[in-house]
Each structure stands twice: as structure tokens, then as C-alpha cells.
Design a protein around this ligand. Structure first.
Ligand SMILES: [Zn+2]
Length: 123
């Protein structure tokens, strides 16, 4: 196997990210954001809804994501695996449930910050 360093890093990152879905603070954060059964106006069905920590709207599970308040890759870009792993598998107080719309905006802004910093690394 003769992958480039970049390809190898991307592979390891996606593997770690997949594993982080089972990180207990992640689902604990989701459980804490639970507000109750609500009618989903789009589908006209009742389902579990969660509070977005940013816009304070209530959303069905599929429109909620768990966000790292301090991003996994900061404005300085990828530093080393210790930093990356510690930030990815972080305590619950660095996690928040956000809606997909808010998450998109936050991730975009973090990306812009990294660019301003002079780094092309992506989360
Ligand atoms: Zn939101």
C-alpha cells in the first residue's frame, strides 16, 4: 500500500469519525436536548423532537446534529493525532445539539476562519 500522507490521514479521520458516533457523551448530549413528541409539519407525523442550542428551534432527530463547540480542527488546521483525538472524543460540556441549518452556518464560519489563518485543512 502506497497511499500519500494526505490520503492516509483522510482515511484515519473518517474511521475515527465513524467510531465517534458511539462516543457516550454524544448520545447523552442528544438525550439532554430532547423536548418531547411533536408533530413534524413536513411529514405530518409525530416524532421525537430536539432543541437546537443555537436558534432554540425544535427539530426532528434527522435534522439535529451534535456539534463540537470547540471544533475538532481549529483555525490553525490539523496539528497532531493527540489533539485531534482529544478534541473528537471530548467531554459532554464541549458538545451541543444543533439543527442542520445552524450547523451548516457554524461549520462554514469555522472553515472561513481556517482560511483566514492561511490553512486549507477541512473538518
Ligand atoms: Zn438551529
Amino acid at each position: 500500500m502506497d497511499w500519500s500522507e494526505g490520503r492516509k490521514r483522510a482515511f484515519i479521520i473518517s474511521t475515527l469519525r465513524a467510531g465517534s458516533r458511539r462516543w457516550p457523551p454524544k448520545w447523552q448530549t442528544l438525550n439532554s436536548a430532547y423536548v418531547g413528541i411533536r408533530l413534524n409539519e413536513k411529514t405530518n407525523r409525530e416524532g421525537k423532537h430536539y432543541l437546537c442550542a443555537l436558534c432554540e428551534g425544535e427539530f426532528p432527530a434527522k435534522d439535529i446534529q451534535i456539534d463540537h463547540i470547540i471544533p475538532v480542527i481549529g483555525p490553525e488546521g490539523f496539528t497532531n493525532w493527540d489533539d485531534y483525538i482529544n478534541r473528537l472524543f471530548c467531554p459532554k460540556n464541549n458538545l451541543q445539539a444543533v439543527c442542520t441549518g445552524c450547523h451548516k452556518i457554524k461549520s462554514y464560519n469555522e472553515g472561513q476562519e481556517r482560511k483566514t489563518y492561511g490553512n486549507q485543512e477541512v473538518d
